[in-house]
Write a protein that binds this ligand. Structure first.
Ligand code: MOS
Length: 735
């Protein structure tokens, strides 16, 4: 395997290449796009959470100014369901029958000349329901329970035998609430039909999935559909699935034979584009007096929608996190009358890690061992399920370097033993072993006659830096100055890319870009293979390198020529090459491909009189393999850490237990941290390139968030002696 030569730009903290577009307002997000003759849509949402629609009166809406059409289940055509995929399974097609399965379900779409006219008319649609009592509580005995729906439960060893020989067994129930993805950009779809061809701008993390889904749902060929998402406006997982409102916008455009734009309102974002479902988790851990983990049993229940396949295997993290011989993980879904959940910022991992890493701390305390020590002692040097060495794992370095930099040794073990004036001070930590996820990806690279390069793939950049790191990577592999390289994405007409999700894009895409660029150099060598005029005649790829756009022999740097010279002599405008990547196979590799690892260290302050909790310091030590851009990577970990603080202390989607209405569906009511809640966040990267891919990078999209909830909970325990097993951690739990 050819590995990446350390170039001039990879690793460096290059400013984002798309920053000028963003700060000048030139970057076009989905709702910046318009088509000539475009009209606007607004949704009608159900005002009951369960039951049937018994009648719809659209007469007032149809008669309202500017209205072109109102589509309901009474008038909608039959639509197919889109394809099922791991991250982006399509929910069932909208408006197909009279059933109401959750509050806010789209029961109609109104199309009018202006957005205001559409919204006004949507309010005039009268829907009559025969409401039934909704199922809203995961503990409701009437609710259907789905066992192990995706076959992801695990079991190794004998948990009961392990527990029996444990000196200490701790048990606890941990709960996490519903959280809602809240990207700043309101998710938008703009659709225009031209005959059977369709162009769609969409707030998606996965243009190919939107294209494939719309082709299946509307029974038109994929080749006629183009989905564009050059900028997304944030996503956090909300852009992985092809939501009903996307389908409805495309349907509306076909009905009125005009391009249609739909921008979700903020309240609609809470019911239309997924959320992190709540969980109830039972965890039981057995350990010896010396601190060896001998049994872990982790069971999770998450809520799911009535007619949906989204799945959160919250307990799964316990299967790979520690070198414990006896482990059982089991997950179930409970079907409720709630909006479809979806992946949200470290789906399943962040909930499961809260229970696991809190419980590990409980064990440490029970046997009187330092929380860092017990984690070091039980560090899994082999992949616990595959029994293979990890392709790379610098978790021990995360622990040790993180502890050193944080000053963990200053921690005195006794709860409540550290103070600063009236504040109780607590130190807490948590570990993260993020799962490996990679799926195939493709890219195409071209060098033009002027010596510039153009590289592209149908990926998305959800704000994390994909444009930038792929530009750097292509520049280094092609040996071209970074200012002469353009990397483009967000267009389903480009080569296939998987979603920007599951912390899986950067690794897959960087390997595809690397391969495409290497093949492109080979293309140049092929052209001059028999060219008597070329100093590169007969050279093989391994005989050459490229510096400043000039290919030259490694053993004789004076023998070479530039891309531009070579193209000109052969009368070519440009040369291109494709590259693809696939996940490495563990058996072939003889190693378990590793995801990212991390250790989180947190200092909190608690005012015992007022119950105030403040995060004072956070240090994240991250093993992300090769870091392609130190600046964007650091920003990504910082952003994830803010998300983790948010999950730990703020976010909770509140559903009215009687009606199923979401009671805090605005930015005013749905709490998130502000600057004053977020201290300076320290990040260190440890470890080195991962040998399982040519570029050596691992995805760090989600490892930044996971672990904060447990680390903060553990720090609260240290400060106050209270063990909080329910998120978010709020004042009332600390009084
Ligand atoms: Mo991420 S929640 O897989 O976009």
């Amino acid at each position: 395997m050819t590995t990446l030569e350390t170039g001039r730009t990879v690793g460096a903290g290059l400013d984002r290449v798309d920053a000028p577009l963003k700060v000048t307002g030139a970057a076009q997000y989905p709702n910046d796009f318009s088509f000539p003759g475009m009209v606007h849509a607004a949704l009608v949402g159900s005002t009951v959470a369960a039951g049937r629609i018994t009648g719809i009166d659209v007469s007032k809406a149809v008669a309202a100014p500017g209205v072109l059409d109102v589509v309901t289940h009474l008038t909608a055509p039959k639509l197919e369901r889109g394809p099922m995929t791991l991250l982006g399974a399509s929910p069932t097609a909208p408006l197909q029958d009279d059933r109401v399965l959750h509050y806010g379900q789209h029961v109609g779409i109104v199309i009018a000349e202006t957005p205001e006219q559409a919204r006004h008319a949507a309010r005039l649609v009268r829907v009559r329901y025969e409401a039934t009592e909704p199922l809203l509580d995961v503990a409701d005995p009437r609710a259907e329970i789905v066992e192990n729906p995706w076959g992801l439960d695990t079991e190794r060893g004998d948990v009961d035998a392990g527990s029996a020989r444990a000196d200490v067994v701790i048990e606890g129930t941990y709960t996490t609430p519903d959280n809602t993805n809240n990207p700043l950009g309101l998710m938008t779809t703009v659709a225009a039909w031209h005959g059977d061809a369709l162009t769609v701008h969409d707030s998606t993390q996965w243009p190919y999935n939107v294209r494939a889904s719309l082709a299946a749902i509307f029974k038109v060929p994929e080749s006629g559909i183009r989905v564009l998402a050059p900028f997304v406006g944030g996503a956090f997982g909300a852009g992985l699935r092809v939501w009903p409102h996307v389908v409805l916008t495309v349907l509306a455009a076909r009905q009125v034979r005009r391009p249609v734009k739909l921008v979700l309102t903020r309240p609609e974002m809470f019911t239309s584009v997924g959320h992190r479902p709540n969980s109830v988790q039972q965890i039981k851990i057995g350990a010896t007096r010396e601190g060896d983990l001998v049994a872990i049993e982790h069971q999770g229940i998450s809520s799911a929608a009535m007619d949906d396949e989204d799945y959160e295997p919250v307990s799964l993290c316990s299967s790979i996190s520690y070198a414990c011989p006896n482990v059982r993980t089991r997950d179930r879904l409970v079907r409720l009358n709630i909006p479809c959940p979806g992946s949200m910022r470290a789906p399943a991992e962040s909930q499961g890690n809260f229970a696991l890493e809190s419980a590990i701390d409980e064990v440490a305390e029970a046997i009187g061992m330092d929380p860092l020590e017990i984690r070091l002692r039980n560090c899994a040097d082999e992949h616990p399920l595959l029994g293979l060495p990890w392709s790379s794992k610098a978790l021990r370095e995360c622990y040790l370097q993180g502890a050193e930099r944080f000053g963990w040794s200053r921690r005195t073990p006794e709860p409540g033993s550290m103070r600063d004036g009236g504040w109780l001070v607590g130190y807490g930590m948590a570990s993260v072993s993020y799962p490996f996820y990679q799926v195939p990806c493709q890219a195409r690279a071209s060098v033009r006659h002027d010596g510039s390069a153009y590289v592209r793939s149908a990926a998305t950049d959800i704000g994390t830096g994909t444009y930038t790191v792929m530009t750097q990577l292509a520049a280094d592999v092609l040996g071209i100055d970074v200012t002469l390289v353009r990397f483009d994405l967000g267009d389903s007409d480009m080569p296939y890319a998987p979603p920007a999700g599951g912390s899986g894009l950067t690794r897959a895409l960087s390997e595809a870009v690397h391969t495409a660029c290497r093949r492109l150099i080979q293309e140049f060598l092929d052209i001059v293979h028999d060219d008597p005029a070329s100093p590169l005649r007969g050279a093989a790829l391994d005989d050459v390198t490229v510096t400043d756009g000039r290919i030259h022999r490694l053993d004789a740097p004076e023998r070479g020529e530039t891309y531009a010279e070579l193209l000109a002599r052969h009368g070519l405008e440009e040369l291109s090459a494709d590259g693809r990547s696939a996940p490495p196979a563990a058996e072939e590799l003889g190693m378990a491909p590793a995801g990212a690892f991390g250790a989180k260290f947190v200092e909190v302050r608690v005012d015992p009189g007022l119950g105030l909790l403040r995060v004072a310091r956070v240090l994240s030590a991250i093993d992300g393999g090769r870091i392609l851009n130190e600046k964007t990577a650091r920003s990504q970990i910082i952003g994830g850490t803010v998300g983790g603080i948010s999950q730990a202390m703020f976010e909770e989607t509140a559903t009215d237990p009687l009606t199923g209405r979401i009671a805090n569906a605005t930015f005013g009511d749905y709490l998130m941290p502000v600057n004053a809640d977020v201290p300076d966040l320290d990040v260190i990267f440890v470890g080195g390139p991962d040998p399982a891919t040519p570029t050596g990078t691992k995805g760090i999209g989600e490892v930044g968030l996971v672990g904060l909830a447990a680390a903060i909970g553990n720090a609260v325990r240290h400060a106050t002696g209270r063990r909080i097993r329910s998120l978010p951690i709020t004042i009332d739990q600390l009084l």
